[in-house]
Design a protein around this ligand. Sequence first.
Ligand SMILES: *Cc1c(COP(=O)(O)O)cnc(C)c1O
Length: 688
Amino acid sequence: MKSFFLTGTDTDAGKTAATAALLKAFQTLGLDAVAIKPVQTGCLERNGRIEAPDTVFCRESGGQAEALKCFRIPCSPHLAARLEAEKLSVSDLADMCEKAALQHEIRLFEGAGGLYVPLNEQESVLDLMARLKYPVILVVANRLGCINHALLSLDALSYRGLEPAGIIFCRTTPPEENDPGTSPEAEELILNENVDFLTREAQRRGIPVLGNLPWYPDFSAKASCMEDAAARLAQAAALLSQYIPQSNTAPFRGTPQELLDFDRTHLWHPYTSAMKPLPVREAICADGTSIILRNGTRLVDGMSSWWCRVHGYGNQHLIRAIQQQAGKLSHVMFGGLTHAPAAGLAQRLIKILPGNLDHIFFADSGSVAVEVSMKMALQYHQSLGHPQKSVFAALRSAYHGDTIGAMSLCDPVTGMHSLFEAILPRRYFAESPSCPFHASYDPASFAPMETLLRKHADELAAVMVEPVVQGAGGMRFYHPDYLRDLRRLCDELNILLIADEIATGFGRTGRLFACEWADIVPDILCCGKALTGGMMTLSAVAASRKVAEGISSGDARHGGGVFMHGPTFMGNPLACAAACASIDELLASPWQERVAHIEKQLRRGLSPCRNMPGVADVRVLGAIGVVEMEQPVDVERWQAFFVSHGVWIRPFGKTVYLMPPFIIQDEPLMQLTNAICAAVNKASDNVL
Ligand SMILES: *Cc1c(COP(=O)(O)O)cnc(C)c1O
């Protein structure tokens, strides 16, 4: 079955005539096609039945047609529905469309008016089309101004990631209704040039021109008109019946299977073997909290794509921010130049970051931010005349990234230090804080760190910690008072405190930044991941005035005084624009209530695991839910099980966890927790 969405550059563009003619052309080819009108306004009551005029028209010309929602008043659907005390929604309409007339070989969905015609106060026909993702046939009303309307429509389609299957020109006005000042010859010239110009443009964009319908006086009554129009669209029908969506493979040149084979042969995925990789699945798009796979499977995303997609997928504000910025200035070197997106982002960060962290350095990724923070700490002590303070301390079970400096501060066992020991710098580890987040604070839990710092104070430049939540090193939640003790001791010993908030920043733990749980201000703070809402890679390192001044006071004759780092893509305007939009979106949303609600749901949904055999611990903090198993899990098998349950969850080590987007609704969240319960249950029976 093939489905198309037919829309026009305007109302009265000739959509219905084109639809009826296409139906007839399909018929001639022996194909069973149907026209479906998702919303029809201007319906009439006849013999006690409500009849949709476009549908009646298609039927009278011999085609099959139906309307899904009918309203009497001939006006925009949002108003027509409101006048009958109804409310249209994209999700309901999309459900109806997906289920409609499935027995037919070809389904032609006909829109209402143009793309931005509203269905309700928030959603338009274009939103419905974006949800359905059917290839689009654009009917261009061939009249004065149509080049502009056609190009605007094509841009709007591409902006929403929709694929034009082709263009049909339709002459909609009789010659005598034209401007009296325009001679018939001049009018011919203008209308022909419309077609020629747009045909050239369509060719450039790789969009087929499917047909060109002339003006028919009284189209409906004359069977000969319909025959003529159908004949003119015969080739179009043949083309459409063979239509293979471009997005099937583009930009990859090959079939979906070839893509997977190519991937297996040539692409490295995170932490996998090049020779014996674990299987991967092709994602083709995502919206809301779902990732959609090539085979059509919709998976509820429990990972927020490694914790960054706090607003889920397809957020229009974020998409627009990047598109608008791309149109203005996608990148420019940050050496000697600046721009509003970078300054605007720093403005926002300084406002929401704890304390006086008011010097911002932009970097490319979380790991790079960690490297930058380490270099800052070194230069700080060097500038102040303590070059011997050049070693770092960190916690066991920590994760700070994969580049060499960052990796050196990850847990030495799970961070695979044995592989890279030869190049890792000297560093010290303290036991992971033993006092859990929800217990009352045990000051003895700080003793190992205190002993370590006092012993090595002379050589320590900084201590790096993930505040409150240790993420990829084991998903452990520790007591905020530990951070207070750490802050105090660092001050006493002149050791800088670096907070790695790459995972915890932007609300994940229930506070905007996890340092707020302890009410402390680090000397340097790194953030990344959710900074751009997961739209682009970007990280930021925020330093206190003390650190910035310290570095600046260095002796210029010995290379001091300036901070020595400057990546090519520093302050990339696209990423900064995305981050500004993401922070605005977050702060404008009820994120605290959302995270608190997710926390409650996670607690309830994961609690059955507590008593299952094989489970070591179940813990929840903010929008993070963790089931820790006694034994490491088989990632490949667990992942396959989760996919078969319609969810995307990727465990690591002994940890099975959820970090859903903040916009997740109760039902999909329950699907996530239920899937984990089912998997753990199966594992405890030794069948997973
Ligand atoms: C993910 C992460 C990093 C590394 O960030 P990348 O963008 O993957 O380089 C560093 N620290 C923490 C706490 C993280 O969660």
